[in-house]
Design a protein around this ligand. Structure first.
Ligand code: GRF
Length: 191
């Protein structure tokens, strides 16, 4: 069996990154090669090291110029990249090298509540402000247009009359934890 090598890019807490690492630890088809972060003090950096996963730190400048990341992914023979709360724009060279092989998760039902400034609590605040009846998560491929790559899967949750920012965040978090690793696995295995 050919083992697919995965890189996870994360800038923050990394609950999705950790969930993916744990879910894939017993798989023989996919191997997490490293976690890449632009934020040396991100929780995920220590958490990944603690469980023995390689961590690659890059500067924001290296993210925007792209070359260092492209070279790293080539050298490490990466097949797929997962963005799990990675807050910088992905360089064009990397997108060109990995067409439909970079997978992102977004905490809304795209195309709604995507684009500039729409991340983290901003997304949920806007959803509540507009009195939406439902929200959810979108797992999609990354292309040149921010939050507009081909959608792989969406999962929904209802919004109650008494929904708060915290309760909506919890619902979205639960959807992410329940579904992201499976969707990545299915996407990679059916490639
Ligand atoms: C998640 O809500 C994800 O949808 C978004 O960023 C958040 C990352 O959370 N892209 P975590 O760092 O994985 O806990």
């Amino acid at each position: 069996m050919i083992i697919k090598r995965l890189a996870i890019f994360a800038s923050g807490t990394g609950s999705n990154a950790l969930n993916i690492i744990q879910s894939f630890s017993s798989l023989s088809s996919i191997e997490v090669a490293f976690v890449l972060s632009n934020n040396p003090s991100a929780k995920i950096v220590n958490a990944a090291k603690e469980i023995g996963v390689n961590v690659e730190l890059v500067s924001n400048e290296e993210v925007s110029t792209g070359k260092a990341i492209v070279d790293l992914c080539k050298r490490e023979q990466i097949d797929y990249i997962v963005l799990a709360g990675f807050l910088r724009k992905i360089p064009s060279e990397l997108i060109a090298l990995y067409p439909n092989k970079i997978i992102n998760i977004h905490p809304s039902l795209l195309p709604k509540y995507g684009g500039k400034g729409m991340y983290g609590a901003n997304v949920h605040a806007a959803v509540l402000e507009n009195k939406e009846k439902e929200s959810g998560i979108t797992i999609h491929f990354v292309n040149e247009e921010f939050d507009k790559g081909e959608i792989i899967a969406q999962f929904r949750c209802p919004i109650s009359e008494v929904e708060t920012l915290a309760s909506l965040q919890e619902k979205i978090h639960a959807l992410e934890q329940a579904n992201f690793p499976t969707v990545i696995k299915n996407t990679i295995e059916h490639d």
